[in-house]
Design a protein around this ligand. Structure first.
Ligand SMILES: [Zn+2]
Length: 245
């Protein structure tokens, strides 16, 4: 085993030390009335060193299946064996989620075309900047959960840039029957993070506006199976119901 020490996870305004879990709401924007818009965040920093991974959902506000996947990993999995850090971001597009709309209600902007964001720019760019700067940049890899748009359904599959070695390993480890290969559009979270050295894949499953239990369970099992095959980690590093991610 390595002599590496577990490190604190830090972001603007806080830190989570090894062996600690913090659950909080982090301000990424404000309404026209000046009230903060805050995203839910759970950071689980295990007692032993390991990679830092993010799990994100509802970048499109009406895509619900991934929210439950990330929530269960954050709140129901056993984290006592976690090595490394899990950054759980169940609802990235809070305004869209509240309105049950895909896009940010402000000018119907797609938050998933605004990454890595900018500090002095449009509302969507500023939200993306806060998310990316604080919670994506410190990570080693990521999983971003989606569903189809409303009125359609997606079979369970992965989308990844298979020309990127890390993303390709993650995609294969997820064990779906179908992988759609492609780098994705400019401004998309998985593309910008992967280009930035943080291999990230998209998981597509089911339809918007629904919690589909079978697909959620499938995604939880696949998330658990994901880490040991990637080389980023092994089964013992992240706790889980079967010891996986
Ligand atoms: Zn989506």
């Amino acid at each position: 085993m390595s002599e590496q020490q577990a490190e604190a996870f830090t972001f603007d305004g806080g830190r989570v030390d090894p062996g600690e879990t913090e659950e909080f709401r982090y301000p990424v924007s404000e309404t026209y009335l000046g009230d903060p818009v805050r995203i839910p965040v759970t950071i689980i920093n295990g007692p032993r060193p390991g990679p830092t991974a993010f799990l994100s959902a509802a970048i499109h506000g009406d895509e619900l299946n991934g929210i439950e996947v990330v929530r269960e990993v954050a709140q129901e999995w056993d984290h006592s064996e976690v090595c490394g850090t899990l950054v759980c971001l169940p609802v990235l597009n809070v305004q869209g989620f509240v309105a049950q709309e895909r896009y940010l209600p402000i000018y119907e902007r797609d938050l998933n075309r605004a990454f890595p964001g900018k500090q002095n720019s449009t509302s969507s760019n500023r939200i993306a900047y806060q998310i990316y700067h604080n919670f994506i940049e410190p990570c080693d890899f990521g999983l971003d959960f989606h569903t189809s748009t409303r009125g359609r359904t997606n079979m369970f599959h992965v989308r990844a840039d298979m020309d990127d070695e890390g993303a390709a390993r993650l995609a294969r480890a997820f064990g779906t029957n179908l992988i759609m290969a492609g780098e994705g559009s400019s401004g998309m979270l998985r593309r910008e993070a992967t280009d930035d050295g943080i291999p990230t894949i998209t998981l597509e499953m089911g339809e918007a506006h629904r919690f589909e239990r079978e697909l959620i369970d499938h995604a939880l099992d696949a998330s658990g199976a994901c880490s040991p095959n990637t080389g980023f980690t092994n089964r013992k590093r992240f706790g889980g119901r079967d010891g996986g991610l």
